[in-house]
Ligand binder design. Structure first.
Ligand code: HEC
Length: 136
């Protein structure tokens, strides 16, 4: 009987808490919903087709552009602000993302992959306001 209870608790532990390490649960959910189909649920990418999200140098350099990049996407034509750099595959725009989505997604990725300074709501919000024009 004791063994049985131990087993049940172990099972509950495994099911409910396996992701307890990353505190950005909403970010995980939003990333899996909006980005994971392409970039993989851990940002590992899709072979040579879609880049992983591990290029720390690029991320660091473009930290302030990331919110607009997620909203506007990355395109092939020369008029777009964010141009592809891994080949022809484009990243579609996603103008439905809210500031909270973007903050949560970036902090989720940051916690797992980038380990930089945390992204804060105010900064992201003002960066997003500045990219809301019609630029592509
Ligand atoms: C339809 C597929 C698709 C979706 C959905 C998508 N991306 Fe991308 N993403 C791409 C492709 C393709 C590239 C590479 C573009 C290039 O060549 O520069 C890219 C590039 C990026 C880059 C730049 C990485 C680098 O090193 O160049 C970041 C950051 C990024 N995506 C984050 C996200 C996030 C966060 C989401 C969700 C909000 C998302 N992407 C949704 C396809 C996608």
């Amino acid at each position: 009987m004791k063994i049985y209870f131990l087993f049940v608790f172990l099972l509950i532990g495994l099911v409910c808490c396996k992701d307890y390490k990353n505190p950005y649960k909403e970010g995980k959910y939003a990333f899996e919903k909006h980005c994971g189909t392409c970039h993989g649920n851990n940002g590992e990418g899709l072979g040579s087709l879609i880049t992983n999200l591990n290029d720390l140098e690029f991320i660091n350099k473009n930290r302030n552009q990331l919110p607009c990049m997620l909203i506007k996407g990355i395109h092939n034509d020369s008029s777009s602000v964010f141009k592809t750099r891994h080949g022809d595959q484009e990243m579609p725009k996603n103008e439905l993302l809210t500031t909270s989505d973007v903050v949560n997604i970036l902090n989720y990725l940051n916690y797992n992959l980038w380990k930089m300074e945390t992204f804060d709501f105010r900064t992201i919000d003002s960066q997003m306001n500045r990219c809301s024009g019609n630029q592509k």
